[in-house]
Design a protein around this ligand. Structure first.
Ligand SMILES: Nc1ncnc2c1ncn2[C@@H]1O[C@H](COP(=O)(O)OP(=O)(O)OP(=O)(O)O)[C@@H](O)[C@H]1O
Length: 343
């Protein structure tokens, strides 16, 4: 990726909070590019530093070290007024929706337009357009308390997009929603990205959100970016224990360490986990392997997982036979299947 592709760039970013004699390092030496026009996710457990990262990106906090560049502007060198200007180019949505309870849906969505000095006529037309986009035209005169969680988040999205910001920052935007409603909101966010070309940054602790929506993912752990890359690659071959924990908690296509141990001790066999993409079928590959190396196999764990528009299969097989043949077969599996990985 060239520098011009990144709409948000973090370089060597650190953030330390000091109160009296105690200091807490919330983020350490973060390098991160958010590519324009894509969906990037930052995933981490509680305390990993996600909220701090959000506050640095939207200019509410300054980093202790490094630089945060948004839309070509280095926030660390801007005045408060200039930071407000950059912030107006970032729409925000939140876990608790943050709608004004005393305003109608129309009033909520129109609010940023009022602040920006739009005429009443233009406000009306823009709100109508946004309500149609999020599928809630009939709720214009409802108050937030009359809406479901999913409807509130749709209104939150409409309000965040009112002034057409090029960036949308979603901070745990589906964490308060049930699984079906979460999927509805994720589908809407996909349309925001694909139809409106808005660059989206999703902050989450849910791998399913990453899997359904994001193109790129960065994993934060204890304030450190421990892994990042295309979602597909990270899911196919996670390199950090924290990433594997996230994946194991949701996917179940990869045996856990305990299960692997059990398999190894129960069978006198090589245990191999491979990842295949949807253009390949595991069956054909394994039949071919068995023929070529004179080994037998047993499929003991795995399945396919949807990753945005794609699917990844992760399968664990036991290979049995002459030890040399098994070794060669295992090496072959790694060589021929996509992102093959010998467990
Ligand atoms: N203003 C602050 N003053 C002191 N410490 C802070 C401050 N803000 C965050 N921290 C500390 O920085 C670390 C990261 O916190 P942060 O809120 O960014 O994590 P998080 O990943 O968003 O967690 P959660 O998912 O629970 O909100 C924590 O140890 C937290 O206590």
């Amino acid at each position: 990726m060239t520098e011009h592709d990144a709409l948000i760039e973090l370089r060597g970013v650190g953030k330390t909070f000091t109160r009296g004699k105690s200091t807490v390092t919330a983020l350490r030496d973060i390098d991160l590019d958010v590519p324009q026009g894509r969906v990037s996710a930052v995933i981490g457990y509680s305390g990993a530093g996600k909220s701090t990262l959000v506050r640095l990106i939207n200019g509410l906090e300054r980093p202790t070290e490094g630089s945060v560049v948004v839309d070509g502007k280095d926030l660390t060198s801007l005045s408060a007024k200039e930071i407000r200007e950059v912030r107006s180019r970032i729409g925000m949505i939140f876990q608790q929706f943050n709608l004004f309870s005393s305003r109608t849906v129309f009033g909520n969505i129109a609010y940023p337009l009022q602040l920006a000095g739009w005429s009443k006529e233009r406000q009306k037309a823009r709100v109508a357009e946004l309500l149609s986009f999020v599928g809630l035209t009939d709720k214009a005169w409802a108050y937030p308390e009359e809406l479901s969680g999913g409807q509130k988040q749709r209104i939150g999205i409409a309000r965040a997009l009112a002034t057409s910001p090029p960036i949308l920052l979603a901070d745990e935007a589906t964490s308060a929603l049930d699984p079906d409603t979460t999927q509805d909101v994720l589908r809407l966010l996909r349309r925001v990205n694909e139809e409106l070309g808005v660059t989206i940054v999703v902050i989450t602790h849910e791998m399913d959100v990453v899997r359904s929506l994001a193109d790129h993912v960065a994993v934060l752990d204890g304030g450190v970016l421990v892994e990042h890359g295309p979602v597909r690659d990270v899911i196919a071959a996670p390199s950090h224990a924290t990433t594997r924990r996230f994946l194991d908690a949701t996917l179940r296509t990869r045996p856990g360490d305990g299960e692997l141990e059990q398999l190894r001790s129960a069978y006198d066999a090589e245990v191999v986990t491979v990842t295949v993409d949807d253009r390949h079928t595991i069956g054909g590959r394994l039949s071919d392997l068995v023929r070529r190396h004179d080994v037998t196999f047993e499929l003991v764990h795995g399945g396919y997982t949807a990753v945005k528009d794609d699917a990844l299969g992760t399968f664990t097989v036991l290979l049995q036979g002459d030890p040399d043949a098994v070794r060669r077969a295992a090496a072959d599996l790694r060589g021929t299947l996509v992102d093959g990985d010998v467990a």
